[in-house]
Ligand binder design. Structure first.
Ligand code: PAF
Length: 286
């Protein structure tokens, strides 16, 4: 079936009524567009596991801070539609801001605790904006499964918690980060990088690999792990670390080296020039 583009909530609901009543499974891939191979992997997973695949393309103003890149966030719906058609998506839902938020939003979803820590401390209100739009998309699409990249690791944990707390009847599927050959995690924001900045970007995954190696060799003290990440990043003059977080992979709680968790999540945000890149890795503790 050719890809259908839907821009209104009423049309989306109308279009999904029949498959839902027929008991067909619906896979949802929420995105902010400017799609790359990482998104394509999410769509492929949704295609494998569901009868109907819905991809949303919406740059959600609620999750951007006043000094962030909402206005200049890259957008290209024609290219997105081409990629989605190639990967067999059925429907792209690409609403306007007015369609999603016809009046100032008074009702938000706040996953307390988890949203305020780590990346949430750096970006106040960010996870509230994410949880609110994702909750709304779940409500509109009523998917059987929804697919999210592990690159935004804290976002994935926030969404899992929201789904559990609010009993959304769906399965959340986390999909491993997709990387370029030099290890750089794919991100729509990579387009901002100059050639010199792009050449510096592999330092993020290198710093995580160094930490993973140390954990495999028995290092579990978060201060030691952080020092390894920071010293690797320090070797790249263009890289300015904004966040280096080491936490229990399942709860994002801080780590007691005397009682380490079964797996450790490493999460970093690094400025390269004007661009803030993030990366993550989950490492089992042996
Ligand atoms: O990860 C993203 O692209 C966004 O945060 C999401 C989940 C689509 C919500 O706007």
């Amino acid at each position: 079936m050719p890809l259908e583009t839907v821009t209104t909530i009423a049309d989306l609901r109308r279009r999904l009524l029949e498959p839902r009543l027929a008991g067909r499974s619906i896979g949802l891939v929420p995105t902010m567009g400017y799609l790359h191979r990482g998104h394509a992997t999410l769509v492929d997973r949704a295609r494998e596991g569901n009868d109907v695949v819905v991809v949303t393309v919406f740059v959600n103003p609620l999750q951007f801070g006043p000094n962030e890149d909402y206005a200049r966030y890259p957008r290209d719906l024609d290219a997105d539609r081409k990629l989605l058609a190639e990967h067999g998506a059925d429907i792209v839902f690409a609403p306007s801001v007015e369609e999603m938020y016809p009046r100032p939003v008074a009702t938000h979803i706040e996953v307390e605790g988890l949203s305020a820590r780590l990346e949430g401390e750096r970006r106040p209100g960010h996870f509230r904006g994410v949880a609110t739009v994702v909750g709304k998309l779940f409500n509109l699409v009523q998917p059987t499964r929804a697919y999210f990249g592990e690159k935004d690791y804290q976002q994935l944990q926030v969404i899992r918690r929201m789904v559990a707390d609010l009993s959304f009847p769906l399965e959340i599927v986390g999909v491993p980060t997709v990387r370029d050959v030099d290890g750089v995690a794919l991100s729509s924001r990579n387009v901002y990088l100059s050639p010199a900045e792009r050449a510096a970007a592999p330092v993020l995954s290198r710093s995580l690999a160094a930490a993973a190696e140390a954990i495999a060799a028995g290092t579990v003290d978060p201060l030691d792990i952080e020092a390894i990440i920071r010293s690797t990043l320090a070797a790249e003059p263009l890289a300015e670390p904004d966040l280096v977080a080491i936490a229990a992979a399942d709860t994002l709680d801080s780590i007691d080296p005397e009682a380490p968790p079964p797996a450790i999540a490493l999460m970093i945000a690094v400025r390269i020039g004007r661009t803030r890149l993030i990366d993550q890795r989950v490492v089992a503790v042996s």
